[in-house]
Design a protein around this ligand. Structure first.
Ligand SMILES: [Zn+2]
Length: 499
């Protein structure tokens, strides 16, 4: 099974310098593609004759290398090509409805470079005493070597086809997807299906004994059906509180400092450090919690609610009265709740438990959360009256009593066991876009708003730039606006082309 890996990377000063250059050059190509694309689409809107002309969607980048961008020749061409490929992949996602159009990448914040297999090598080295294979990561080509960069692999991994190297807050990371030696063979869905098949041999009662339900709440982040509460420690909470206050202070200081100044940047860096501290503590909590759940050998199946965290943390709609005056809509209170939901690391705990469970030959299912707090775990009677108070559950049909949070986790466990036995698909099909390794120009794709129709209602054939040059202006420098706008020079580089 493919697993995701992210390890700390420790480049030395010189290696850092080279990698930062690679990052910058890849970003430059990506941004040049974004700008070129915007430019083409602007033309479509301005010139009637060009309406409906699809924008070229290719991976070419050589036109961006000129005397003024000669520094691009000092990095491997694959780094540049990957920048163009990333842009095209982002566009493919946009066409599939999975995201917005590619945007400019900024210099601020996390920076990354995508390296394909020509640019790195994991050199295996077997320990003669223990026989354990460890890898050394060699980056670069013969012409542009970076050398061996040390990284800390905290668990065994396979060899990936490509890696991302990123730097955030002065810390370097290498991340990739590779074969997980702990779960051999196939897709994660196949591994999950095999485990599910084994568990389906059990009766409902037997399976229920091996199932752990977990209810996620705001006051108590995680409550399990065996009565455990998994929460951040008091010390962690206190430190997070402190980090939040300091972050706010530094954000305020940054806001008062000169815009774009060195001192403002420093202040933002400090603010970012406190934000990262909190994120790290949450992640640590999610890892430790998911580990604690998975190593418990009493359980083979873990049931969570299928919470749409994105929907749940949406801002409330603005409200207006009939005179157009704005009314209070509870935005502040909701913002507080959203913060609590996101801060409780609900999503992380589930996704971490999911992959760790697969490694241990166990399974995670998610169940619909509707009415889990009103359903009786003993008789199945579902009614709002079953919840006389926030903390208590009392069944009106059979008199079953329980603590409300614990009760909900028992209901979730039962739903999870039933879902597994019913044989319905365990996870909804994920949305993804197929990425092709094929290089060079291909069929132009047209967004719905850009489809041109002629008078007869037929779709016009796709058109594409023949010369692949930026029309007008300096063809090499994407920062220069072409100065042929509407001057007729554009037409030269466009030609009819049937795909
Ligand atoms: Zn009941």
């Amino acid at each position: 099974m493919l697993g995701g890996y992210r390890f700390r990377l420790y480049p030395d000063r010189e290696q850092e310098r080279i990698l930062l250059r690679w990052i910058g050059c890849q970003r430059l190509i990506y941004n040049a593609k974004v700008q070129e694309d915007r430019y083409y689409r602007k033309f479509q809107r301005r010139l009637v004759a060009l309406v409906g002309m699809p924008v070229p969607l290719d991976q070419e980048y050589s036109r961006f290398i000129t005397e003024r961008t000669a520094f691009l020749r000092e990095v491997p061409s694959q780094v540049l090509r990957n920048g163009a490929a990333l842009w095209r992949q982002a566009y493919a996602r946009f066409f599939a409805g999975l995201g917005g159009r590619p945007k400019y990448q900024t210099k601020a914040g996390r920076q990354a470079v995508w390296l394909t297999s020509e640019l790195f090598e994991f050199v295996p080295k077997t320990d003669p005493r223990t026989g354990v294979v460890r890898y050394r990561l060699r980056i670069g080509t013969t012409r542009f070597p970076v050398g061996e960069v040390s990284y800390r692999a905290h668990r065994p991994h396979g060899i990936p086809a490509s890696i991302h190297i990123c730097v955030e807050g002065g810390q370097w990371f290498v991340s990739f997807a590779a074969e997980d030696p702990a779960v051999p063979g196939g897709k994660p869905e196949n591994a999950a299906e095999r485990i599910a098949e084994d568990l389906r041999h059990l009766s409902e009662g037997q399976l229920l004994e091996r199932t752990l339900g977990a209810d996620r709440g705001v006051a108590k982040p995680l409550m399990t059906s065996d009565g455990r509460v998994l929460d951040l420690s008091a010390v962690q909470k206190e430190r997070i509180g402190k980090a939040r206050r300091r972050r706010k202070t530094w954000q305020r200081r940054a806001a008062r400092r000169g815009k774009g100044s060195r001192n403002q940047k420093k202040a933002y860096r400090r603010a970012g450090r406190y934000a990262r501290y909190e994120a790290n503590v949450r992640q640590d909590y999610a890892h430790k919690t998911s580990h604690a759940l998975v190593v418990d050998d009493r359980y083979d199946l873990y049931a969570f609610e299928d919470l749409r965290i994105g929907n749940m943390t949406r801002k409330p709609k603005a409200r207006q009265d009939e005179n157009g005056r704005w009314l209070p809509n509870g935005a502040r209170a909701k913002a507080g709740l959203n913060r609590a939901i996101l801060a409780s690391a609900w999503g992380q705990v589930v996704s971490f438990t999911r992959y760790k469970a697969l490694r241990a030959g166990k399974l995670v299912v998610t169940v619909p959360p509707a009415h889990s707090s009103q359903e009786c775990a003993a008789c199945g009677h579902t009614h709002p009256d079953n919840r006389p108070s926030q903390a208590e559950f009392v069944c009106h049909a059979c008199g079953h009593r329980d603590n409300a949070d614990h009760h909900a986790s028992v209901v979730i466990a039962r739903r999870g066991a039933r879902k597994l036995l019913s044989g319905e698909p365990l996870a909804p099909e994920g949305k993804s876009v197929k990425m092709f390794r094929k290089l060079g120009p291909e069929r132009s794709e047209v967004t719905p708003g850009e489809i041109a129709e002629d008078a007869g209602g037929r779709r016009l054939p796709a058109r594409r730039s023949a010369s692949q040059e930026t029309p007008g202006g300096d063809p090499g420098n994407p920062r220069l606006k072409p100065h042929g706008l509407g001057g007729g020079r554009v037409h030269r580089s466009w030609s009819w082309h049937r795909c």
